[in-house]
Design a protein around this ligand. Structure first.
Ligand code: ADP
Ligand code: MG
Length: 698
């Protein structure tokens, strides 16, 4: 390593330290004010910042700048402009103005807008998000930006996230001030996304059309050994993987991304990376970058990093755990149980607000993780079910139950719980937080939302969390605002008690992977939306439109456009998968099968000319394989006609449902037969690498 890690860390980031060094004092102060208080940036300040940024970028090898944004594809987008500016006589200067820093105008007609923006007015604009630091990558200065249409509608994943952070900050601050915590002037949401991924050899990857076109294997069967021995989880890192992780950490650290933990995951070839948490918008930017850099570093090592939710059948897929909390500008984590009665009151009211938010907006939480890829995981005994529920742990649940019944609560100490005196003992990180089956678990001082698929932008789930919790906090404020200070404790106690009684149906501390839970959840009336087409329509449900518009997170138009884009994305994904499967069947698998059956038939023919040589085995195998060939051929034709039928309507929801109910079953049927046949095919017959090679070759 050429530099020590503390020097290396953030060396390509225009961070606070660099700002302080490079900016005139008054400019630095004005910029900090903008960052901390979300205020407007004057043009002369912007100009000074732009100049300093440019100089720093050029010193660090940059020749270009780009407004980096997050369109609704879930990926990131960038268009590079060089700093050069002709000054006559064939000479140039290196130029970058405040205007260029603050605002860009990409021609963005090809990004999905869900009908928000007609092509004739295709221009969008990007606006600098000064709360997420600029950085240098590949010789370019990257400026994190929001992306909007000319009429101001959000066309990206950052704008609504920033709006949701603002509404949460406002509502939380109002409530805290009302509770007597008057020092607080703002509240940020913090996010730490743990990221799972697979690494496979690049040469093997390139030989599989399904991996190349869809990111997952559409055919293929597990070798004799899978993940059943649990020997991969936290196991020793193989040298190639270790070298990759080492490089990855360095690249991330240079960009100021606090990569912290790395280890092998449950499935063979599966790994995980967890960063230290950051403010939500920065965490989202950093997770997008992390995913990109994971792929890029893999290339350098002759590897491919798979971020698909279910690349292989028969072993675990990959998810992402979204750790979430709220922190005041005075540095208090609002989900950290406090040491004093006042802190406890504060903790309880914020905790119960999350309980209520998750219960009332469980549908939106499910929606926020709904993708074609994630449908393979949720409810498949490896990830939480498609039912949203909440794990609080025994201790916390006992505390709430004791409030419910106005009884004593005792752990280490017996403490009297009287109305009006919510004196709780300081309780430590609950040891029962190892419940891995809960979709939404309290883990000591934060919540961990575990339903996210590995490739998802974490923006969506955090928009839902922030907005729904902000709504409940605003309801609590309305209810308490006329309470006299001396009655406040008692009023909060009653509010916590009542809210717990009304919403405790969302709390489930047991094993979420069991069938009994599915039944129990049904009895409790919790929604179970098994597929993406089941989940998406709740986006446009009246109660949810009301939530988003009230808090100015989405306009009605923005909601409808996003709903359409999600449906479109689902349909396109399945269309590509169905077409890829057909291609692999017709051009790879069936020809291979035919080749092998021909070989078998010849063997049988030759053998049967010899007396006394049995060939019943070959005959049986030939018959099994020939039947399979016929079945596969018929199913493949059916898959094609069903795909065409799915595309025959203009109604996107109908198309999505058609894919879900009438195309996927054919893909499953084809896979079932093909995989059972694959077990008989010799390695040299199959024209692409099998699971054994893909998963156990590193
Ligand atoms: P574990 O889940 O194994 O107990 P940790 O609790 O240390 O591990 O953290 C898991 C993830 O949660 C890390 O990415 C970490 O940064 C994040 N995290 C920890 N505290 C918070 C917080 N207050 N807000 C958001 N994320 C957090
Ligand atoms: Mg975790």
């Amino acid at each position: 390593m050429e530099k020590k890690i503390p020097e290396l860390y953030g060396s390509l980031v225009f961070n606070n330290k660099i700002m302080r060094e490079k900016l005139p004092k008054d400019v630095y102060k004005a910029l900090r004010k903008t960052i901390e208080n979300n205020t407007h940036l004057e043009l002369d300040v912007a100009n000074a910042v732009a100049t300093a940024m440019k100089e720093w970028a050029i010193e660090n090898g940059a020749t270009h700048f780009t407004h980096w944004f997050q369109p609704m594809t879930g990926l990131t987008a960038e268009k590079h402009d060089s700093f050069i500016s002709p000054i006559g006589d064939g000479e140039i200067a290196m130029d970058f103005s405040g205007k260029e820093l603050v605002k860009g105008e990409p021609d963005a007609s090809s990004f999905p807008s869900g009908g928000l923006r007609a092509t004739f007015e295709a221009r969008g604009y990007t606006a600098w998000d000064p709360t997420s630091p600029a950085f240098i990558k590949d010789g370019t200065l990257y400026i994190p930006t929001a992306f909007c249409s000319y009429s101001g509608e959000a066309l990206d994943k950052k704008t609504p996230l920033l709006r949701s952070m603002e509404t949460l900050s406002n509502e939380a601050t109002k409530l805290l001030n009302l509770l007597g915590n008057t020092e607080v002037t703002s509240v940020s949401t913090t996010v730490g996304p743990e990221q799972e991924y697979f690494l496979i050899d690049k040469n093997l990857y390139k030989k599989r059309k399904d991996l190349v076109f869809t990111g997952r294997t559409l055919l293929g069967t597990m070798p004799p050994k899978g993940q059943e021995m649990d020997d991969h989880y936290f196991g020793t890192l193989k040298p190639r993987v270790s070298a990759y992780m080492h490089d990855l950490d360095e690249e991330l650290w240079k960009l100021g991304i606090p990569a912290k933990t790395k280890h092998n995951e449950v499935a063979p070839a599966q790994h995980e990376l967890a960063p230290v948490f950051e403010t939500a918008n920065v965490a989202v930017d950093h997770n997008q970058l992390t995913m990109e850099i994971m792929k890029k570093v893999a290339e350098k090592h002759g590897l491919v990093c798979l971020l698909h939710e279910k690349p292989f059948d028969g072993i675990n897929g990959s998810g992402k755990h979204n750790n979430w909390s709220m922190i005041t500008n005075t540095g208090v984590n609002l989900l950290d149980p406090g040491k004093t009665p006042a802190e406890n009151t504060q903790f309880l009211i914020f905790l119960i607000a999350v309980v209520k938010a998750v219960d009332e907006y469980a549908d939106l939480m499910r929606l926020s993780v709904a993708t074609a890829g994630n449908d393979h995981r949720l409810g498949a005994n490896e990830a939480p079910p498609a039912i949203v529920s909440m794990f609080l742990g025994d201790e916390l649940t006992a505390i709430l139950e004791s409030i419910e019944s106005d009884t004593f609560f005792g752990t280490q100490k017996r403490v009297r719980m009287e109305t009006g005196a919510a004196v709780l003992p300081h309780f430590f990180k609950d040891t029962t937080d190892r419940n891995r089956t809960s979709p939404f678990a309290f883990t000591g001082n934060k919540f961990e939302f575990r339903m996210l698929g590995s490739s998802l932008s974490v923006s969506g789930p955090n928009i839902i969390l922030n907005t729904s919790v902000a709504e409940i906090l605003s309801q609590f404020y309305e209810e308490l605002k006329n309470t006299k200070p001396e009655d406040m404790e008692a009023a909060v106690y009653e509010l916590v008690k009542r809210t717990f009684i009304e919403h405790k149906k969302i709390i489930f501390n047991g094993n979420g992977y069991t069938d009994e839970w599915v039944e129990e959840a049904k009895r409790r009336g919790l929604p179970n939306m098994r597929s993406t087409p089941d989940a998406l329509p709740c986006f446009i449900a009246e109660k949810n439109v009301k939530l988003f518009t009230k808090h100015h997170v989405f306009t009605e138009g923005e909601i409808h456009s996003r709903y359409e884009i999600l449906l479109e994305d689902y349909c396109k994904t399945l269309h590509i998968e169905a077409k890829t499967m057909k291609d692999m069947m017709c051009r790879d698998f069936l020809p291979a099968l035919s080749k092998y059956t021909t070989k078998l038939a010849r063997a049988i023919q030759t053998k049967s000319q010899l007396t006394d040589i049995p060939c019943t085995g070959e005959r049986n195998l030939l018959s099994t394989l020939s039947n399979a060939y016929d079945d596969l051929y018929t199913l493949e034709e059916k898959l094609e006609s069903q795909t065409l039928a799915a595309e025959s309507t203009d109604d996107l929801l109908e198309t999505a449902k058609y894919y879900c109910d009438l195309v996927i079953p054919y893909m499953n049927a084809i896979r079932l037969i093909a995989d059972s046949v694959e077990e008989y095919l010799p390695d040299d017959i199959l024209p692409y690498p099998n699971y054994e090679q893909l998963l156990f070759s590193l």
